[in-house]
Design a protein around this ligand. Structure first.
Ligand code: SF4
Length: 245
């Protein structure tokens, strides 16, 4: 076949392929949620944060549950300062269930909202003792019945202590960065969690949220993200980016 005929035949084949593709919109998400883009984001997170771990110091699921309740509106560093003495004084859920509320309040005072938190951790202790035989339960449905433990806390405990992925942890960092990366549009954490559960493969839910939390603390900070230091920059179209490659 002459060269010109070959080129025309190739062009015709290409055009008919693109027409065929255009006529058959598949179920694969496109744009921000395209699998290739999600895979690239996850790869970037793995490269930047390969050995990410929960920053709350703990020796058991119970200690992690308490530490996570205390971490509301408080830094992990501050929580890690109060928990050693708290668990020295009250080493088990049974001991904490019987503690004087005023003593619990004094021990956790510096974490803020200490009166409510003291009630929550004592309520959690009582529930764990009375309903779950002194052991932190291993399902989301059971965990969210524990005082002070909403979905975020339950997902932290299930993911970190038991490697069970029933949901995605959505804290302030995950909420913000999910929007910046176009992975979620919801205006409330539960909606964002549902969107992330659809967008991210389930076997990545646990590590994804820890990696994003680290990213939010170190690079993609709330006020002025450090986009010039971000290895996801080429994949990010956030309106408040501070640098564009
Ligand atoms: S490019 Fe900037 S806004 Fe986007 S994820 Fe990175 S730090 Fe955050």
């Amino acid at each position: 076949m002459p060269a010109i005929a070959k080129r025309l035949s190739k062009a015709a084949a290409k055009s008919s392929l693109s027409k065929t593709t255009a006529k058959k919109p598949g179920p694969t998400p496109r744009g921000d949620l395209a699998p290739q883009r999600i895979a690239a984001i996850l790869k970037g997170l793995d490269e930047a944060y390969p050995d990410v771990e929960c920053a709350l110091t703990h020796r058991s699921p119970w200690e992690l549950l308490v530490a996570t309740i205390l971490s509301a509106q408080c830094t992990d560093v501050r929580v890690n300062m109060v928990t050693p003495e708290l668990f020295r004084r009250f080493p088990t859920p049974a001991a904490m269930a019987k503690a004087k509320l005023s003593e619990l309040e004094a021990l956790i005072r510096t974490t803020g909202f200490f009166r409510n938190k003291a009630k929550s951790i004592q309520g959690a202790a009582k529930r764990v003792v009375e309903e779950f035989g002194g052991q932190v339960p291993r399902t989301l449905a059971e965990l969210i019945t524990v005082p002070g433990a909403a979905r975020k806390t339950a997902n932290v405990v299930l993911g970190v202590s038991f490697r069970l992925a029933e949901g995605v942890v959505v804290d302030t960092h995950v909420f913000r960065i999910a929007h910046r990366l176009g992975l979620a549009k919801g205006d409330r954490a539960p909606k964002v969690e549902q969107e992330l559960m659809r967008a991210i493969p389930q076997d990545r839910w646990i590590d994804f949220s820890h990696q994003i939390i680290h990213h939010g603390r170190q690079v993609c900070i709330a006020r002025k993200p450090k986009c010039d230091r971000c290895n996801l920059e080429a994949l990010c179209h956030a309106k408040d980016k501070t640098w564009e490659s």
